[in-house]
Design a protein around this ligand. Structure first.
Ligand SMILES: [Zn+2]
Length: 818
């Protein structure tokens, strides 16, 4: 519509009468914030490597890094030593003069940035809880933190790199800076060329329970009568080549302990020499089963392929025998993995092992072997649920993304609470042993096990296959994965709290301690809600409320498939979701990912309006009624009660025209004006007016305030006086010109009267204050607790006169049962 037509169209404006309705736009110049501003201004410019649709571009490339590693586990010294040969394939269009390595074991050395930049009691410090001393209250340091400090003092930590050579054996210059190293190439590496080099290294394996490291050993002192055994979880264990990408070049941002790992895809050939009675679990496929497994174990593995429930490959009894025996002999296990972006493994003589085949179908990987490795401490909790949870994960995740591309999927119990690597994951929950030797687990431990296995196995999809940069954007793997683990989890058992519902994020979103989701991992305050729950809840809302399942699922799958075995960035995700769904979601990414705004929509007022007929014989009488309906004044009421008579009442013989008429008396002057107005109307205008007057509908105007700042759809539930209910979904775009206050007109038939209105009655939008969602407001139910006043501190001081008589109790010996 052009401007002239717009003016014409507004000539006939009908007055809807009622109390003064505030104008819709309640903002002042300079106060306006464009919540719908297009993200193109913020996102990187599309190019031939990643295009405007959010797809890999026509010139997309990524590097490939293959590893051949021979590694030896010295159980007694708890030390790994290895030789590795790395083949680096430069698929980029650039010439490289050096190669960067990630040396994550060095992150625990005193001279790493991670250690030197640790702040006392800072938010995000894993382990110690502390606060500054104030008055008589001392500052606090956890005993766990004391243990960590003592562990650092007592042990040599970090890599011992003994040799770096090219394939001819010529020494290469290596420069180690903290948890990274640069290897200078004698000759520049041209596009399309390979560079092969060797690194010999060793390091002392960290004790995971002393230093939270996502890997390490765990000692079982309770096994003293059985030799005192360890579980070794080996991850971030070899010097790994840093990623090199089209948008960041070398991803050489040092590991600070939070932002995890992004690496290149490659093929691995790893031989692990371990004590002969150890069972090894690893990324990849066992290449030499006949030399490390017994005939019986191999037979059981065959049975497991088609079994209904997991089959024990190493039974509890066999694991117990291994634990007791001990050995000085070694065995070498060889695993090969193709097209994975990392490689982890586990080794212990404590391991039981169960397996069950999963027939996935499809062309790429029709059969997957799901397996679990756990000590007796895992017990029935593990034998019942671990491997089944692995299969459930593959089943659900593949529906929303792509077929699982690897031949194995593994869950290993050890000291790490939950951590993911390609094909293999480490999961912590265990049973508790009682005096009579029995083992039990709580409901919470059961829920934790199922939840953590689904989550960590789910990480195969994000970020192991959809290879986002965890060091920069934790939400890209944790958020997407938490969203999908919530989908899978609720398909397993919806009574388990999955923490992905909109209501799970409201208190965090209202809190002051937060940063936008789009914040580099190490700078995030409260990583859990920021990188897991908030993006997961956001995607949940996007799916269920804003896009609908059809559009969302199509777009989400498109993202997963486009970036399978490739390296997406946040913009690729944002763009794909919009491109594939046909929806402008920039306002959503803006609000949920780039700000700390929260959702709080208040329904402030509801007006009921009636259309003026313009006919003075009708409208004047209505005005007269409105006046009469207003309450009288207290003064007059009391005068009346006291029997005070007015002059007019006392002198009825004196009256005139004005006593018989009021200001609403209609004259022909008004009637003529009305008739003139009718005569001037075009036929269609008169028809429209007369019809509207005849229908006499109810015009409800609702005033909303966006208290939280985040623009969202307004979900209305309207209840009418006849008991019927109606739902209305007002798209978020209603806020586009007035992000702070909007009004909405709802028209109902005559007689269809609105009784009450609720915004978001089912708590689907993460509205942080649901009290202001009701119109009329509701009484808020809550609790009050009686308490006994405590004695003052001075009165509670030590009664030494009495306490001196106390009997001394012994300190328990230092043994404990797991
Ligand atoms: Zn995770």
């Amino acid at each position: 519509m052009n401007f002239k037509a717009l003016c014409q169209a507004t000539i006939l404006s009908i007055v809807i009468a009622g109390p003064a309705v505030a104008s819709a736009v309640k903002q002042t110049k300079g106060d306006f914030e464009d919540k719908f501003r297009q993200l193109e201004e913020v996102l990187p410019t599309p190019n031939d490597y990643r295009n405007a649709a959010g797809e890999p571009g026509k010139e997309y490339w990524q590097q490939q890094v293959d590893y051949k590693i021979n590694v030896k586990l010295d159980e007694k010294k708890r030390r790994l030593s290895a030789s590795q040969t790395i083949t680096y394939k430069n698929n980029s269009p650039y010439t490289l003069k050096y190669i960067w390595l990630q040396l994550e074991q060095n992150r625990f050395k005193p001279d790493s940035i991670a250690e030197r930049s640790g702040d006392f009691g800072g938010i995000g410090r894993r382990g110690p809880a502390s606060s500054k001393a104030s008055g008589n209250t001392p500052a606090k340091v956890s005993i766990g933190e004391l243990r960590r400090q003592q562990y650092y003092a007592d042990n040599t930590i970090g890599y011992d790199i003994t040799k770096v050579t090219d394939k001819r054996g010529n020494k290469l210059k290596i420069t180690i800076t903290g948890a990274q190293a640069r290897i200078d190439l004698a000759e520049a590496l041209e596009p399309g060329d390979d560079f092969v080099f060797n690194i010999d290294f060793a390091y002392n394996i960290l004790e995971e329970n002393a230093v939270s490291a996502r890997s390490g050993f765990e000692h079982f002192p309770d096994d003293a009568n059985e030799g005192g055994n360890d579980i070794f979880l080996l991850a971030q264990w070899f010097p790994r080549v840093a990623a090199f990408s089209d948008y960041e070049a070398w991803h050489n941002k040092e590991f600070l302990g939070r932002g995890e790992f992004t690496l290149e895809f490659g093929d691995y050939d790893v031989s692990m020499t371990v004590p002969a009675d150890h069972i090894v679990s690893s990324t990849g496929v066992l290449d030499n089963p006949s030399s490390v497994l017994t005939k019986t174990q191999r037979k059981r593995l065959e049975q497991a392929k088609t079994a209904k429930r997991p089959v024990m490959i190493v039974t509890a009894q066999e694991a117990l025998e291994n634990e007791k025996a001990g050995t000085t002999k070694t065995k070498t296990w060889r695993f090969k993995a193709e097209n994975v972006r990392d490689f982890a493994w586990a080794s212990s003589r404590k391991f039981m092992w169960d397996a069950k085949g999963y027939k996935q179908g499809g062309k790429e990987q029709p059969f997957v072997m799901a397996m679990s490795f756990f000590p007796k401490e895992g017990g029935e909790l593990w034998s019942k649920y671990s491997t089944e949870s692995v299969i459930h994960t593959l089943d659900v995740y593949s529906r929303y993304t792509f077929d699982y591309p690897y031949p194995t999927a593994i869950s290993v119990n050890g000291p790490v609470g939950g951590m993911e690597y390609p094909m293999i994951s480490f999961n912590g929950p265990r049973t508790t042993r009682h005096e009579d030797g029995s083992r039990t687990y709580t409901l919470a431990e059961k829920q934790f096990l199922i939840g953590v296995v689904i989550h960590e196995v789910g990480h195969n999809y994000f970020p192991m296959i959809v290879n986002s940069d965890e060091r920069q954007w934790t939400w890209m793997d944790e958020g997407l994965n938490s969203f999908l683990d919530g989908v899978a989890g609720r398909e397993w058992d919806p009574t388990i709290p999955w923490g992905v519902e909109p209501r799970d994020i409201t208190s965090y979103m209202k809190s002051n301690v937060q940063v936008p989701v789009m914040t580099q991992s190490d700078s995030v305050l409260r990583l859990g809600p920021n990188a897991y729950t908030k993006p997961a809840a956001a995607l949940n809302i996007l799916r269920e409320v804003i896009m609908g399942r059809d559009l969302f699922d199509f777009a989400f799958k498109e993202y997963a498939v486009r970036w399978k075995n490739k390296r997406p960035t946040p913009s690729d995700f944002f763009r794909t979701m919009e491109e594939a769904s046909g929806m402008d979601l920039d306002w959503f990414w803006n609000g949920w990912f780039y700000t700390t705004d929260h959702v709080d929509i208040s329904l402030d007022k509801v007006y009921k309006l009636r259309l003026d007929t313009k006919n003075p014989d009708i409208d004047f009488d209505r005005r007269r009624q409105e006046e009469a309906n207003k309450p009288g004044t207290l003064f007059l009421e009391r005068n009346e009660a006291e029997g005070v008579k007015t002059w007019v009442e006392l002198n009825p013989d004196v009256s005139d025209f004005h006593d018989k008429n009021d200001r609403w008396t209609v004259t022909n002057k008004e009637r003529n004006k009305y008739n003139e107005m009718l005569n001037k109307l075009k036929p269609w205008e008169r028809t429209a007016l007369e019809r509207a007057v005849a229908e006499d509908k109810n015009y409800y105007v609702m005033d909303f305030t966006n208290v939280g700042g985040l623009v969202m759809p307004i979900l209305l539930e309207m209840t009418y006086t006849d008991g019927t209910k109606e739902s209305l979904h007002i798209p978020a775009e209603i806020w586009r010109r007035a992000p702070k206050n909007v009004s909405k007109l709802i028209v109902t038939e005559k007689g269809k009267e609105l009784a009450s209105v609720v915004v978001d009655p089912l708590w689907q939008t993460a509205d942080t204050d649901v009290e202001n969602n009701h119109y009329p407001r509701q009484i808020i139910e809550s609790r009050i607790e009686a308490f006994k006043k405590e004695k003052s501190k001075a009165m509670k001081s030590r009664d030494i006169m009495h306490d001196i008589k106390t009997e001394l109790k012994e300190v328990k010996p230092k043994v404990y049962k797991k």
